[in-house]
Ligand binder design. Structure first.
Ligand SMILES: Nc1nc2c(ncn2[C@@H]2O[C@H](COP(=O)(O)OP(=O)(O)OP(=O)(O)O)[C@@H](O)[C@H]2O)c(=O)[nH]1
Ligand SMILES: [Mg+2]
Length: 298
């Protein structure tokens, strides 16, 4: 055991949907912990991941994007955010240069102010705007007067992330290391594999259909002789007609999703993977508390 003291703390990533919270989490800890997509409301559950430096151990908490819920699933996602605020020591609000003052701004500000914690603001996607126009937005948001620091970042390119960490430093507290060396995130292997599959669903299925899907991983079996993992997973949809679309003509769509997920899992795990996907109709699960509970959202 290592009892050396380090600087530590729990930093919550909050913000509207699609601003790059999950991309930032992955970049900070140097691994693909959370899935990302250009579609809004990708993250559904809170995910913790650890950033380790020689004298530091900072836990970052990724949360679902703040939005006005349209169904029980959305409500569960927002509840996840309000509960997550209670677990953190520092709030890092993420906005994006694409929309630095989103429609929900007032609500978001009142939510984070209530927490009575140190507040930081990172404005992401600075790579999308000309450098000379950054300062005006930074100054305008700094004028709100509640943030210890406001800084432009690019989660995609890694710009200003070391600076962000150096700003957090004085707010961290000395204590023992809390996480084992090999631990990066608090997600189970099953949940993480399910998320990788869901990312492909978001990539390949159009319009609203991804929002009607959920993944559960039923079994992950090691076959040591073959250096291989055998994975059985279910894609849940809300209706019979959605099931047909996810299967696709002659099974083409499900095959495409399965192949992309398998390839990514093989790359990330450095192992061969056999992935078996099964479709199941869980009627109106996004609005049914019982089904939400079964799928792990409540
Ligand atoms: N250009 C650019 N795109 C970015 C950056 N960071 C994230 N993105 C893109 O923005 C989109 C949304 O990223 P996510 O990380 O999924 O955003 P999120 O805030 O976690 O979204 P939700 O989970 O849906 O709330 C993806 O297409 C990312 O590739 C960035 O710094 N620059
Ligand atoms: Mg996300």
């Amino acid at each position: 055991m290592n009892y050396e003291e380090v600087l530590g703390g729990v930093v919550g990533l909050f913000g509207p949907t699609n601003v790059g919270k999950s991309t930032l989490l992955n970049r900070l800890v140097g691994q693909k912990v959370a899935i990302t997509s250009h579609k809004p409301q990708t993250t559904r559950k809170r995910i913790m991941a650890v950033l380790r430096r020689d004298d530091m151990e900072v836990v970052f908490v990724d949360t679902p994007g703040l939005h006005e819920p349209r169904h029980e699933l959305g409500e569960a996602m927002m509840k996840t955010c309000t509960l997550a605020i209670r677990e953190v020591d520092i709030i890092l609000l993420i906005l994006s240069f694409e929309e630095p003052e989103p429609p929900m701004m007032d609500k978001i500000l009142s939510m984070i102010k209530k927490a009575d914690l140190p507040l930081f603001l990172a404005i992401n996607k600075m790579d999308l705007v000309p450098p000379e126009s950054l300062q005006e937005t930074v100054a305008r948001l700094q004028d709100i007067g509640i943030f210890s620091h406001v800084l432009p970042i690019s989660a995609l390119n890694g710009t200003n992330l070391d600076l962000l960490i150096s700003y957090l430093r004085p707010f961290l507290k000395k204590g023992p290391r809390l996480f084992m060396e090999e631990m990066i995130s608090d997600q189970s292997m099953e949940d993480w594999v399910g998320e990788i599959i869901r990312e492909k669903v978001y990539q390949f299925l159009r319009a609203e259909l991804p929002y009607s899907t959920a993944i559960t991983v039923e079994e992950i079996k090691e076959v040591p002789q073959k250096q291989m993992l055998v994975i059985h997973a279910k894609i849940h949809v809300e209706t019979q007609s959605q099931k047909k679309i996810v299967i696709g003509e002659g099974g083409k769509m499900i095959k495409r999703i399965g192949e992309a997920a398998r390839k990514e899992l093989e790359t990330l795990l450095k192992k061969r993977v056999y992935l078996d996907l099964f479709l199941r109709v869980e009627k109106n699960w996004t609005r049914d508390p019982k089904a939400l509970k079964k799928l792990g959202f409540l």
